[in-house]
Write a protein that binds this ligand. Structure first.
Ligand SMILES: Nc1ncnc2c1ncn2[C@@H]1O[C@H](COP(=O)(O)OP(=O)(O)OP(=O)(O)O)[C@@H](O)[C@H]1O
Ligand SMILES: [Mg+2]
Length: 244
């Protein structure tokens, strides 16, 4: 069950990593993010997400959704507060240890970010090659990942030969081929029509059902209603749990 504090941790003890996050795989504790230009993207956000949860983060454009995800995979650092992911404190993690944590986080973006001149298979394999895994091991992992997203038959196609929905499914296969315990998806359906959007959400639900913790940002209220998963809302950098 996800715990949310509306921007105000209730006591000093809530800020202690061990107090509120004992069984959380992701924990933000009094997190504020102010960019260098003074833009306040997150204000005193506290949120615990348990292993195996599926959480939607919604909110208007500019409310801080992407910033929150960026803090979780270490692309940005909190200006204040603690960000804990899978036992690591992102506020202090650097170098090799940060790279190791990133391998345990799958990421899906709105614009897919596929390599244009590589086939589906190569796009999905790329991250494993970069990690130096043996060829045999890479092949052992590729087929289940492609099967999970229903694209085994498109393995030798190039991204431009695929629909938007198919490209997004390739990017999901790429995100999970390393079997990460956490999957972050930033507006994964932002460029897709309702049918393809729902297909993507169904794949994310399937991944969640096999134990992956899934955190998805979206503007799409209808997807949230259809999915029936917990939702938190960001507004001007403050976190709220909307009344159902
Ligand atoms: N690199 C940056 N430098 C300065 N300000 C930034 C930067 N990135 C984001 N911001 C600002 O931080 C705030 C939150 O941005 P963020 O991208 O997290 O919002 P979002 O909820 O993901 O929006 P959208 O729905 O449009 O993707 C905005 O005011 C934005 O202008
Ligand atoms: Mg965003």
């Amino acid at each position: 069950m996800t715990q949310v504090f509306n921007g105000q941790p209730s006591s000093a003890t809530d800020r202690s990593p061990r107090a509120s996050s004992a069984d959380a795989i992701v924990s933000l504790q009094g997190v504020t993010k102010t960019y260098e230009n003074g833009s306040k993207a997150l204000v005193n956000v506290s949120l615990d997400i348990k292993r195996g949860d599926f959480l939607f983060i919604t909110g208007p454009s500019g409310s801080g959704k992407s910033t929150l995800l960026k803090l979780l995979y270490g692309e940005e650092r909190a200006s204040d507060g603690d960000v804990l992911v899978d036992g690591c404190n992102l506020s202090t993690l650097r170098g090799d240890r940060l790279s190791q944590l990133r391998r345990r986080i799958g990421i899906v973006f709105q614009d897919y970010k596929l390599i244009p001149r590589r086939t589906v298979l190569e796009n999905v394999a790329f991250v494993l090659w970069a990690q130096g895994l043996p060829r045999k091991e890479i092949h052992r992992r590729l087929q289940p990942a492609l099967k999970m997203v229903g694209l085994t038959h498109k393995a030798n196609c190039f991204p431009e030969q695929l629909s938007g929905g198919e490209q997004q499914r390739v990017s999901i296969a790429r995100a999970i081929v390393g079997t990460p315990p956490i999957l972050l998806a930033d507006e994964p359906t932002g460029n897709l029509d309702p049918d393809n959007s729902w297909q993507v959400i169904k794949i994310l639900k399937k991944l969640n059902s096999v134990g992956i913790t899934v955190i998805v940002t979206t503007h799409d209220e209808s997807l949230i209603r259809l999915s029936n998963h917990p939702t938190v809302q960001l507004r001007n950098g403050y976190l709220y749990r909307p009344k159902l």
